[in-house]
Write a protein that binds this ligand. Structure first.
Ligand SMILES: O=C(O)CCC(=O)C(=O)O
Ligand SMILES: [Fe+2]
Length: 300
């Protein structure tokens, strides 16, 4: 039997209805897919990855310049997890988080200063990812029989935030110990992931872990928990994990489209009217959802 592959959707197809149907089907069946010919310039993506890679090559003291403050209640900043010994070490990776949209929620103090281009490149990438995200949410909304802006509005409209995470997975001497990223679904709305040449992302489908075959022309789209909940379960929140290599470094750049912490997300009201459409999920203030999920506490 040929090995299964996650769906790939070509966004340059002039038949928009066909593209929209492919996105809807992939979100119903997989909750994870890739897009090609997405319109984001290859050179922009190349630069973004180059600048992020350079950041992680800096001496530790220079990386510490954008460290996450010890008393911070937010994720933003640089943290090194894999060097921690013993308790508290969950993953073999270093992380850099910084918001890239909206401008009012950006803290430039957490953006690397290794190149004067870092800011411009990330600001441009933010605009491009936001455009792609809104296009996909538009098709997914129509796939639910709703107006184009329904999911974006449900996620918070103009208050939706885009969070950049750069993950640096160094070679791991013992792969039996830890995962780069353990199996999970993302807790936000939609995730857009690019990576260096080292593969490692896997999607869970039909009781199997399927390798995500990645190259520079692709962007991985992960449908996350809040889209699943807003759609009242029509769309899947794609389960995934990241493996590591004993010799090679992997770097990935997921961007998380997520609600503002104070925003309440639940099944869209239009989908839960009438007796046959009972809500399958309870609405949550995103802050509470995030807290419960990150602490492995019960959610419904
Ligand atoms: O590095 C990857 O490919 C996956 C990372 C991931 O799933 C996450 O950060 O949520
Ligand atoms: Fe993830």
């Amino acid at each position: 039997m040929p090995e299964e592959e996650i769906p790939v959707v070509d966004l340059s197809n002039p038949d928009e209805e066909q593209v929209a149907r492919a996105v809807v089907k992939a979100s119903e069946e997989w909750g994870i897919f890739q897009v090609v010919n997405h319109g984001i310039p290859a050179e922009l993506i190349r630069r973004l990855k180059e600048l992020g890679t350079e950041f992680f090559e800096l001496p530790e003291t220079e990386k510490e310049a954008v460290a996450r403050p010890a008393d911070s209640t937010d994720l933003e900043g640089y943290t090194t997890d894999y060097k921690k010994d013993g308790q508290g070490r969950k993953t073999w990776a270093d992380h850099l988080f910084h918001r890239i949209w909206p401008p009012s929620r950006i803290s430039y103090r957490f953006w690397p200063k290794n190149s004067p281009d870092y800011r411009e490149v990330n600001e441009e990438y933010a605009k491009q990812i936001k455009e792609l995200s809104e296009k996909l949410m538009g098709w997914l909304s129509e796939g639910l029989g709703l107006r184009r802006d329904a999911l974006k509005e449900g996620l918070g409209g103009d208050t939706v935030e885009y969070l950049m995470k750069v993950i640096f997975y160094p070679p791991c001497p013992d792969l039996s110990l830890l995962f780069g990223a353990p199996p999970h679904t993302d807790l936000n709305g939609l995730t857009f992931l690019i990576a260096n040449e080292e593969e490692g992302l896997q999607a869970y489908q039909d009781n199997n872990w399927v390798d995500v075959k990645y190259d520079d022309s692709r962007i991985v789209v992960i449908v996350a928990d809040q889209i699943r909940r807003m759609s009242n379960g029509r769309y899947k929140s794609g389960q995934h994990r990241a493996t590591m290599d004993t010799e090679r470094t992997r770097i990935s750049w997921p961007v998380f489209a997520e609600p503002n912490l104070d925003h309440v997300v639940g099944p869209l009201p239009e989908l839960i009217s009438g007796e046959d459409n009972a809500p399958k999920f309870k609405p949550y203030v995103y802050r509470d959802y995030k807290f419960l999920k990150m602490n492995n506490l019960p959610l419904d």
